[in-house]
Design a protein around this ligand. Sequence first.
Ligand code: 6DK
Ligand code: ZN
Length: 375
Amino acid sequence: DPPVRSYSVPLRESDLTVGYVYSAEMTNHYDPQGHQEDPKRITTIWQAILKAEYHQRMKSIPIRPVKRHEVLLAHSEDHWDKVLAIEHMTTQQILDSREYYEQLSLYVMQGTTRAACLSCGGAVEACLAVARGELQKTFAIIRPPGHHAEPDEHMGFCFFNNVAVAARVVQQSTKTKRILILDWDVHHGNGTQKAFNDDPSILYISLHRYDEGTFYPCGPFGGLQSCGEGPGIGYSVNIPWSGKGMGDADYIHAFQKVVMPIAMEFAPELVIISAGFDAAHGDELGECCVSPTGYAHMTHMLSGLAGGRLVVALEGGYNIDVTTKSAMAVLKVILGEAPDELPPLIASESATEVVWLVSKEQSKYWRSVNPKICE
Ligand code: 6DK
Ligand code: ZN
């Protein structure tokens, strides 16, 4: 008979297959006037982990600042210099540049550079631990977020594209080449798509609210016809919701009809979730209504890909309480517990329409997608 092990039995270090990255040092980036992208977003998740004693079931992965040569795999030299220069700005220079940064939806202070380097380095270490086979799954509790940061631009609360840099480091330094980045943050990850737009080795799938004119980051890049270019055509998959209020039924529908078929056909060797929790019920920026259980189910569906090799990296999420509950529901799943049951779900008409349009577009590139069964 196999040994029965309950969690009341102390786990040995070698039994731990899940890891996390966290450092309170990332709280040294904050806006003294108050801002949605607040240090509490990560400290509250950490407090909840301690309270639930989840930290005893996970390995702590040491955090470190990202290195210049790593950042340069996904950003320009100018970009590295630009972010590094923030650290050396005088208080007066910071005050004088406030408008410039506000136009990019950013705030900066002396602690920004260090926090951005740790956040990105944290994502790199979380991905390397999984890609090297040291851990099965990892959770990176990091900020500032990354998915809006483009090869040559910081914007939308983001400085370095944590996940894009990490994916490139993994490809460069391990045997892992085929990577899926699944972005369920309510905003389109323009930076991530841009980094890999012509690259078939990295599949980028994003579910987000989309309005070319008004919903951040605007522009046509997040539209359903923006599918990549050159050799990367078909390797960017956008699921652009046309309004607010999308919930579990809509997300699960998209997963069943488009996300999972494409992901399985792609057969990644590593899955990275750009996990923003701003599509959660109660988030004022996202105005959607995904539940913690909804996030748990999406995590569960992705858990079976790539031999279970999964990294969850925090992006947005601005309702502290809801972000924490959602992150904990995701953690519970990566720790091996089954998600709670969802009630019977019927996707909204508007979501069904979007998923059908996406499946029509993506069936050009993926034989596993069939618009006929989305009608
Ligand atoms: N500002 C992100 O969640 C960042 O994708 C989102 C950045 C949005 C900036 C513009 C914007 C508002 C809107 C409403 C109220 C206040 C400010 F990068 C991530 F963090 F993941 O909509
Ligand atoms: Zn977001």
